[in-house]
Design a protein around this ligand. Structure first.
Ligand code: ADP
Length: 330
């Protein structure tokens, strides 16, 4: 936007872009004081070149980057000023997201590092005070926390690949049922060994082989994330079920929990990068799991969505293309 003021600070030019950015028409703006119209001291303090100011537009806060040039008359007196306004609100949002990201990732990385360091230190300094079983427990913690770290770093790499469009999927015909059983078994054994969750798990797959065109490794990551979330967002003792069946042209998998559920207005947002819902305040997390899951499923030619009743639970459903569509439509 371009705005010019005369020597008394009254607006003499308010172009179409300025109208668009601020939502203020030129007829409203012309001849009024710029400070009054923008409700901001637009004049830069001496010597400060470019700067950002925030103004209100309705309920929104707009960030404008302002540069100014002084116009002088032939006798070198200030005749007025020209300001250029650039709407940098979107950049600010990105900046904010980046710094939120750095702090949440640091936090996520720090937690496992702290326990790895603590257990390793204890073993080094006072290892002889513990018996074999205790030492093994410590080492098991070091191993599982290292695995957690690897998981976080892998997630970050996935995000980088999704963002740059470099993600490669290796599609092959696989029996999705096997992947479901492996994932549920592994989450079950983790939750048993950590002795905190006490969830019960159910796998319900139709008898025929569930052959889909998919990338086994990536599908395993998606399902692990969904089943982990189901455990994380439901109270201990809750049941987590995974069902799989063939539908026309697709294999459909559903991961259901009896947890807190997801409010209607969050059901799309939870798939966004870094988005953590209201339910996640206590459980931590990076807000990347579902973003990656959607990216991976889409790359495999499928889709993923959520159905939920607040307070009763959530069902994450995903569809993958059947190994051979014409066979599926019979
Ligand atoms: P995170 O790794 O932080 O859990 P996700 O992308 O996996 O990130 O999930 C994003 C948000 O979606 C979570 O913060 C949570 O609010 C919500 N969510 C995901 N799965 C469930 C679930 N099974 N039940 C309730 N809320 C869920």
């Amino acid at each position: 936007g371009i705005v010019a003021v005369d020597r008394s600070g009254r607006i003499v030019l308010w172009n179409a872009a300025a109208e668009r950015i601020t939502g203020i028409s030129s007829s409203e703006a012309l001849e009024r004081l710029a400070t009054e119209v923008l409700r901001f001291e637009i004049e830069a303090p001496e010597g400060s070149g470019e700067r950002s100011i925030s103004i209100r537009r309705g309920v929104r806060e707009l960030w404008l980057q302002v540069t100014e040039a002084v116009m002088r008359d032939p006798s070198d007196q200030v005749a007025g000023k020209i300001y250029t306004l650039r709407d940098v609100s979107a950049d600010r949002v990105v900046e904010q997201a980046k710094s939120d990201f750095v702090s949440s990732i640091s936090h996520e990385l720090r937690a496992p590092l702290t326990s790895i360091y603590g257990f390793a230190e204890t073993l080094l300094r006072r290892g002889e005070l513990f018996d074999d079983i205790q030492r093994r427990t410590f080492i098991a913690y070091i191993a599982s926390e290292s695995e957690r770290l690897t998981g976080i770093v892998d997630a970050l790499l996935d995000v980088a690949e999704l963002d740059s469009g470099d993600l490669q999927v290796e599609l092959a015909t696989i029996d999705v049922g096997n992947v479901v059983r492996e994932v549920v078994e592994s989450v079950r054994s983790d939750s048993e060994s950590s002795q905190r969750d006490g969830h019960s798990f159910r796998v319900d797959l139709s008898d025929e082989p569930l052959n889909a065109e998919a990338d086994r490794d990536k599908l395993r990551r998606v399902l692990t994330n969904l089943v982990d979330n189901a455990v994380k967002f439901s109270p201990s003792g809750g049941s987590v079920s995974v069902t799989g069946q063939r539908r026309s042209g697709v294999i459909e998998l559903r991961v259901r929990d009896e947890g807190v559920g997801i409010p209607e207005e969050e059901r799309e947002r939870i798939f966004r990068k870094f988005y953590r819902g209201s339910s996640s305040m206590l459980s931590g997390g990076t807000g990347l799991g579902l973003f990656i899951s959607r990216g991976l499923v889409t790359a495999m030619g499928g889709r993923i969505w959520v159905e939920s009743v607040e307070g009763e639970g959530s069902t994450f459903a995903l569809e993958l293309p059947f190994e051979n569509e014409s066979a599926a439509e019979e």
